[in-house]
Write a protein that binds this ligand. Structure first.
Ligand SMILES: [Zn+2]
Length: 873
């Protein structure tokens, strides 16, 4: 690890550690927790429950006379050990039990805690209809990860303790209760029913769960094990559409991981107002009900499929093999994210998987450049939840891919299977993965982990190419631009062996054994060691290559800037079999600009076999300021693939002309088979119409159009109407647009639409009059008081876009008052954004003043010049 928490030098990147961050360690173990038994009775209308928690503990040493459990905001009624009442202290966060008899090695004890909970803030969530949302379902669900189980039951709450568990819960009819493991008993009890679940494989407290609701149950199976989907009644078809591939995924992952699905059942429960996308509780994954797709949404939404395979992969990586400490969470999150890539490869194609991986890499790269840079493994933070970022998910996935590229497919899977088999039902740290790789393959990949896991960052390569025709020599110059010049930069250098390919597109006549034959030369590849800031490599070649493929396979996590002549870039865009290389070529071509690049990109948008490359070609075309680029782009609206049409519409936002306005307006009016394309059109029409066009469309006409969308297009997850909201937010000086937005922040507006509107308030605020700005601030102050996690996140996001110091005050109080570490962190990050916004606004003002001054001086000079000229005549 390159950085300690005392180190402030971070290469110009913002630090990950916020004030108050400190090292976190697992606590000392009094012994092994063997079993946890919760016996609960829910009173849903009163948002409370009561019951008992029994923990069986096998002491690790003699003479322990005090046990400390995590337990937050519970009402502890009594504590018994082996049925003998004990003295205890409870401060609202930790329960300290004074043992009347100190421990003896090997002599188990059962701690029984009677407790109740009223109106819990975290850990367990009660969902009910209210006067604003009368159709909301009645549900109770839990979320333990990372350290929230202690908010719903007392426990030794860290992932280093694995035990079996059991939950018996009494719920009112007709609700059902789903939990980990097997349902071993149900009992009718008047208007209530008691569900009794038993999890016989050990797991950590953060994976214990309970989900209660009036669900429809859809039964599927894999190898005679039940695979069940629970959804709100009426959504059975959506459930099958969204989760129906689960049994095939279980089969796929069982094969890949070399370990059959380890639990007695696999349930997925879709719950309302879930605060994450999904949570991989052991054998019982909870998912947000927003992942349920209708027929139209399934057209261009792969997110749900990815979510389903991600949570399923955790059943092995996370639940069967458990991380010992949060600092190693990348082991499970990286693999779960990589399972999305693997599944894409299995279900669609290798090329689609490569594109998926590029998108993951970009999400990490964007966090690295705009938020902070950190080692993937670090135990220095304020709250563990801060670690759940793009580093451990997306970068983690890219690291698994690099391991695969290093080892090759066969050895990679042997290593992974060894890791899973050796560590099943145990806890692991990063070093255990290295050990498993070495055990299975003999390879020591510490050099890779040192560079990509234990320190932050990645290489930024600049690659230049030239051809010496006299000597038939290709020269490739590679610069690692992330490292500063001179000795200071050395610590940021990467040392990697990188394959460089020379591509030949034409068939060549080859003489062998005296016979003349033709063969496709394809790619001629050499591997070079890149370990300095700037290195030039010379390759003697028989013929001039048509294109150059740097890092063949694009297996390394990196950025690249290609400095090749236009002919080579065009050839690469057309002929390189690696879609990622084609995408890099597209970006380099757009940078060159001009008609030749435009024609090549237009052809790529029209002809590339992979939709992902067509998407990228559209994005790049929009960067070229030529009428021909617009023509090429618009042709892409006819693409059969909805992702491409969406990208084309989004790209049109960059071309703010009357022509692009007309095209997008046509789309808003006549619609598209895809929700997302329609949403993009509504968003983009706002962006174009609010710009300074020569023939500017009347504002009220556009607002009317968007208002029409809001009135008529209620549909799946409010995607389309949220697009119209974003379109309205582009009218930053319009009071009418603001008034319309404020309407949609009211309670009673469907949740997703309301959240989108709250976010949009930030964007529209920057051009509003002082009076209207006040109205926005007042509204956000009011909204910040709502306790729902997603509302708070949206409020913080809105405030972060504002350019007034008053936003800082609201963010501060949000950070202070929130119960959630992630909201706190995001509020604090938004504060620095606002401060930056204010700064840049000041700079802009200064620039404007300077400019006006210059203009005036210029005019004076000109006048003088004219005078001189007049005199000289
Ligand atoms: Zn995950």
């Amino acid at each position: 690890m390159s950085k300690s928490y005392f180190d402030t030098d971070n290469n110009g990147h913002k630090p990950f550690e916020l004030p108050g961050a400190r090292p976190h360690y697992n606590p000392d173990r009094p012994g092994q927790v063997e079993h946890i038994f919760l016996d609960l009775s829910l009173d849903i209308p009163k948002l409370c429950y009561q019951g008992s928690c029994s923990i069986r503990l096998l002491p690790i040493r003699n003479g322990i006379d005090r046990l400390t459990l995590d337990a937050v905001n519970l009402n502890i009624e009594s504590v018994q050990v082996d049925e003998v009442p004990q003295n205890f202290n409870y401060d609202g966060e930790q329960l300290s039990i004074q043992l009347s008899q100190s421990t003896q090695i090997g002599k188990r004890l059962v701690i029984a805690i009677a407790y109740s909970v009223a109106k819990p803030q975290r850990g367990i969530y009660f969902i009910q209809p209210d006067k604003h949302y009368p159709n909301k379902p009645t549900q109770v669900w839990t979320q333990g990860e990372d350290e929230d189980s202690r908010f719903w039951f007392p426990c030794f709450d860290y992932p280093g303790q694995l035990s079996t568990s059991e939950i018996r819960v009494r719920v009112p009819n007709p609700l059902v209760a789903i939990s980990n493991g097997e349902l071993i008993n149900t009992t009718e009890d008047g208007d209530y029913k008691i569900y009794h679940w038993l999890q016989q494989q050990v797991h950590p407290t953060y994976l214990m769960t309970l989900a209660v609701g009036d669900f429809a149950e859809i039964r599927d199976e894999w190898n005679e094990k039940p695979v069940t989907y629970y959804v709100e009644k009426g959504r059975e078809e959506d459930a099958k559409r969204s989760m129906g591939k689960t049994p095939r995924m279980i089969e796929f992952l069982s094969q890949k991981y070399g370990y059959p699905y380890p639990f007695p059942k696999y349930a997925q429960v879709c719950v309302d107002d879930f605060i994450f996308g999904g949570m991989e509780n052991t054998s019982t994954t909870l998912l947000t009900d927003r992942c349920l797709l209708d027929e139209r949404a399934a057209l261009d939404n792969r997110n749900t499929e990815s979510l389903v395979v991600h949570e399923l992969a955790h059943q092995w990586f996370g639940d069967l093999v458990v991380i010992k400490h949060w600092s190693h969470a990348w082991i499970k999150e990286g693999m779960a994210s990589y399972s999305e890539v693997m599944w894409t490869e299995q279900e669609y194609s290798l090329q689609e998987a490569a594109y998926y991986r590029l998108l993951e890499a970009r999400r990490y790269l964007s966090e690295d450049s705009s938020r902070y840079r950190r080692p993937m493994v670090t135990h220095i933070y304020r709250e563990a939840i801060e670690l759940y970022d793009r580093h451990i998910y997306e970068k983690g996935s890219c690291v698994y891919h690099m391991i695969r590229a290093q080892l090759g497919d066969e050895l990679f899977w042997q290593a992974i299977q060894t890791f899973v088999q050796d560590n099943a039902h145990k806890t692991v740290e990063t070093v255990d993965l290295l050990r498993a790789i070495e055990k299975a393959t003999g390879r020591n990949l510490l050099f890779l982990f040192d560079q990509y896991v234990y320190r932050g960052g990645h290489p930024d390569f600049k690659v230049a190419y030239s051809w010496d025709g006299d000597a038939n020599l290709a020269k490739i110059t590679v610069t690692q631009t992330q490292a500063a010049e001179g000795k200071d930069g050395n610590k940021d250098l990467f040392d990697l062996k990188i394959p460089i390919g020379f591509g030949y597109t034409q068939q060549e006549e080859v003489r062998s054994n005296g016979k003349l034959s033709t063969q496709d030369l394809g790619l001629k590849t050499f591997t070079v060691r890149v370990n300095e800031r700037e290195q030039s490599f010379y390759f003697p070649l028989e013929n001039k290559p048509q294109f150059i493929s740097f890092d063949v396979g694009n297996n390394y996590l990196k950025t690249v800037t290609l400095e090749y002549p236009i002919a080579e870039l065009k050839a690469q865009l057309e002929f390189d079999s690696d879609p990622i290389s084609r995408i890099y070529a597209a970006a380099a071509l757009a940078k060159k600009g001009g008609l030749e690049a435009t024609i090549a990109l237009s052809a790529s948008l029209k002809n590339d076999p992979l939709w992902g490359v067509r998407v990228e070609a559209a994005k790049q075309l929009a960067k070229i300021n030529l009428d021909q680029a617009f023509d090429g782009l618009v042709a892409g609206l006819k693409d059969k693939n909805a992702y491409v049409r969406r990208a084309v519409v989004e790209a049109l936002a960059q071309i703010k002309t009357a022509e692009s306005y007309k095209v997008v307006r046509g789309l808003v009016q006549k619609g598209d088979p895809s929700y997302y394309v329609e949403a993009a059109a509504s968003r983009v029409i706002g962006a174009i119409a609010s710009a300074n066009l020569e023939e500017k469309p009347k504002e009220d006409k556009v607002l009317k159009l968007l208002k029409g969308v809001l009135e008529e297009k209620a549909g799946w997850n409010e995607v389309v109407r949220s697009g119209a909201i974003a379109g309205l937010a582009e009218f930053k000086t319009s009071e009418a647009a603001l008034n319309l937005l404020l309407e949609y922040t009211k309670l009673g507006v469907p949740q997703p639409l309301r959240l989108a509107t709250i976010r949009a308030l930030g964007k529209i605020s920057v051009g509003q009059s002082p009076v209207n700005l006040e109205r926005i601030l007042e509204k956000l102050t009011e909204l910040a008081k709502e306790s729902f996690f997603l509302t708070q996140v949206s409020v913080a996001a809105a405030l972060g876009q504002m350019e007034t110091p008053k936003a800082v005050g609201i963010l501060r109080s949000l950070a202070e008052q929130t119960a959630d570490g992630r909201v706190r962190r995001s509020a604090e990050e938004e504060i620095s954004k606002v401060q930056k916004n204010i700064g840049s606004e000041k700079t802009l003002l200064q620039l404007r003043e300077d400019f006006d001054q210059l203009k005036q001086q210029n005019q004076e000079l000109r006048s003088r010049l004219e005078n001189l000229e007049a005199k000289s005549k």
